[in-house]
Write a protein that binds this ligand. Structure first.
Ligand SMILES: Cc1cc2nc3c(=O)[nH]c(=O)nc-3n(C[C@H](O)[C@H](O)[C@H](O)COP(=O)(O)OP(=O)(O)OC[C@H]3O[C@@H](n4cnc5c(N)ncnc54)[C@H](O)[C@@H]3O)c2cc1C
Length: 388
């Protein structure tokens, strides 16, 4: 196909940015002119954070260096995005200014542990890479008392992750003979662990009941008083807490709010639900940063990237118009004892979101492993030299 040469600038090399860059490079090869900008040195899967914190994986195994992203038509720039002008499609970074014909914002969600009093001073969080990796040293020293896995804000990445953490922690403490001296509770702002899928929620609650894990619904942790060893919940209840594993408040990255793409720190970027385009023509928002209403999860960021890639290919090469984004994705759920289940969710196709539960099985353990290895192969293996 004849390709109109245009500069595509993608902000953020996470799930969304890596998928988008890979799809466009595979399709256009050297005819692509894409700049992928990220402040980090490496990519880490969200679920690998749990593997590292529970000692199932060494930190080095979980870190995938961006220096390995070598793809035709893609230039990876490691720098901090300082300002975005969505009207001019211009981006200022520490490395210089980039002008785009098509701009894709895939900067994810920022974490703000300091927004919850006591969390930084006396608790731990496992949503950032340093936080999760540090827990690898903390958990083996925990011998007795109450652990709270506490969500601190309304919107957070990977809704199954707090429940998975509770089930994996149960196994971890059990293996060390400490489970009977400890209590585990999960505090969540929802009525059930996975609201779109009653079957998945029921399976998780049954697993909690079997293991004596308490589920505290419709609440968030407001503060930790680490001297008194209690957390205070949003409804005012206090719970004893010797170890807080917090899910920090999530915010729209400041640079995105300052650009005018998002109304405020909790107003995720509004987009056209079918195309992921923002109100600025040629500017898209993919993944956790957008306010489309799908869960904040890698699989949804990836699906959004696929829709945007198809739109860009149609624009540059005159390809077919892309199908509307449907908000579908499958999330694996760790049930402990090495078991993995899956929930398949569909958010935007019908009037109501739906979720189907796949019982834990050996096949799903293998499927989750393949999910990770296939992404690593596609994103980090050298791409083809020319257009497909
Ligand atoms: C414990 C845990 C478990 C999880 N498990 C799963 C799972 O099993 N399945 C699943 O699908 N999802 C899971 N997730 C969620 C998943 O990790 C995220 O939803 C996903 O990474 C979102 O992709 P994204 O591309 O929107 O953002 P991200 O992957 O967060 O990428 C954003 C990128 O932008 C960069 N960036 C941010 N600000 C700037 C700036 N100013 N300048 C330059 N670069 C910047 C960041 O460095 C980052 O690389 C989990 C998350 C956690 C924390």
């Amino acid at each position: 196909m004849t390709v109109v040469r245009s500069r595509v600038v993608v902000l953020g090399a996470g799930f969304g940015g890596l998928e988008l860059a890979t799809l466009l490079s595979d399709a256009l090869g050297d005819a692509l002119d894409l700049v992928l900008i990220d402040k980090g040195e490496a990519f880490v899967f969200g679920f690998s954070k749990l593997d590292v914190m529970f000692g199932r994986k060494a930190p080095a195994e979980a870190v995938h260096s961006y220096s390995r992203v070598v793809k035709p038509g893609v230039r990876l720039v490691r720098s901090v995005v300082r300002a975005i002008d969505p009207t001019a499609k211009k981006v200022v970074t520490d490395y210089g200014t980039f002008e785009a014909d098509i701009l894709v914002v895939a900067l994810g969600a920022d974490l703000d542990p300091a927004a919850t009093p006591g969390l930084v001073e006396g608790g731990h969080e496992f949503y950032s890479v340093p936080g999760a990796f540090a827990l690898r040293e903390v958990l083996p020293r925990f011998e007795r008392g109450a652990v709270i896995i506490g969500v601190t804000g309304k919107s957070f990445k990977c809704p199954p992750a707090p429940s998975e953490t509770a089930l994996l922690l149960h196994d971890f403490l059990n293996a060390r003979g400490r489970r009977s001296a400890t209590e585990i509770a999960v505090v969540m702002p929802f009525g059930t662990p996975i609201p779109p899928s009653p079957d998945t929620s029921q399976a998780i609650l049954a697993a909690f009941a079997e293991r004596g894990i308490r589920f505290v619904k419709d609440n968030v942790v407001r503060m930790l008083d680490h001297e008194r060893k209690v957390v205070v919940l949003s409804d005012g209840t206090e719970m004893p807490c010797d170890l807080l594993l917090g899910i920090p408040v999530h915010r729209v990255p400041e640079v995105v709010v300052e650009s005018g793409l998002a109304p405020d720190a909790f107003g995720w970027v509004p987009v056209n639900k079918k195309t992921l385009e923002t109100s600025y023509p040629g500017v898209y928002a993919v993944g956790d940063v957008n306010g489309i209403g799908t869960p904040k999860a890698g699989v949804f960021a990836e699906g959004a990237a696929r829709t945007v890639a198809a739109g860009i290919l149609a624009q540059l090469g005159g390809g077919p118009a892309p199908e509307a984004y449907r908000g579908v994705g499958s999330c694996y759920v760790e049930f402990g004892h090495g078991a993995v289940g899956r929930v398949d969710v569909e958010f935007l196709a019908g009037p109501k979101s739906t979720g189907t539960f796949q019982e834990p099985s050996e096949a799903l353990v293998a499927e989750k492993r393949r999910f990770a290895s296939s992404r690593l192969e596609r994103w980090f293996a050298p791409g083809r030299a020319g257009p497909a």
